[in-house]
Design a binder for this molecule. Structure first.
Ligand SMILES: COc1nc(N)nc2c1ncn2[C@H]1C[C@H](O)[C@@H](COP(=O)(O)OP(=O)(O)OP(=O)(O)O)O1
Length: 204
């Protein structure tokens, strides 16, 4: 029996959220060791800053800027540090989302605190790990601020979960989500999403 379409949040997420996207089949994979990560996004009038991952986990994908939370650090401190290390900028990051991912190719559970900011200081620079690039917000979210000469958000070159929660992030609506991934059987390190559950606070 599948529990993935359940109204109730799956294991690993707080209970007080209402589902806005669920799907897939099978039982939720049991959560073993959990490792803490961060992911940070700069969202401005009509545009979002993403980074093209040049090495390591997620190589070749666009994502926010982030990584592992170091021992002794809070997630918020790690998010600021990773944004500086990977994009060369500082920002007043605010916690916007919580994501839990399990991949059958990785023996730990990813717990990712997602942050966003509407302003930043410094100039985004390419680093050894990430190449920052601006993308246009969808016109229905950007409104009059729509930037027609920027590329659209490249979901086809991002993790498969991103399309579910990105609109919440862009609109500053808090969200939580969980996805279980399985190896896609193709050459390389590709994974496909097999179960997912995303929720927002009850009042939104
Ligand atoms: C599996 O689904 C994922 N989706 C999304 N959108 N983001 C993910 C997913 N899995 C991991 N992430 C994010 C979390 C982090 O922001 C990065 C991974 O961090 P990384 O392994 O690069 O951590 P660092 O500390 O920067 O690594 P180094 O030791 O190589 O510097 O991806």
């Amino acid at each position: 029996m599948s529990h993935t379409n359940s109204i109730a949040a799956p294991p690993g997420l707080p209970p007080n959220f209402v589902a806005f996207a669920t799907g897939g089949t099978g039982e939720w994979t049991s959560i073993a060791e959990t490792r803490q990560y961060t992911n940070a996004f700069i969202i401005q009038e009509g545009k979002i800053l993403l980074g093209y991952k040049k090495r390591g986990f997620g190589l070749g994908k666009y994502n926010g800027f982030g990584g592992k939370v170091d021992p002794g650090e809070t997630p918020a401190e790690a998010a600021v540090r990773e944004l500086q290390e990977e994009a060369g900028i500082s920002a007043p990051l605010e916690h916007t989302g919580t994501l839990v991912f399990l991949l059958d190719t990785v023996p730990w559970t990813f717990h990712i605190d997602v942050y966003s900011a509407r302003e930043f200081t410094g100039e985004p620079i390419e680093t050894d790990e990430m190449r920052p690039e601006w993308f246009a917000l969808p016109s229905d979210i950007a409104g009059a601020a729509f930037v027609s000469d920027l590329p659209q958000i490249p979901y086809e070159t991002m993790w498969a979960d991103d399309v579910y929660w990105m609109r919440h992030l862009l609109q500053g609506i808090p969200f939580v989500g969980r996805c279980d991934f399985e190896k896609d059987g193709l050459e390389g390190e590709g994974s496909k999403i097999v179960r997912w559950w995303f929720g927002a606070p009850r009042h939104t």
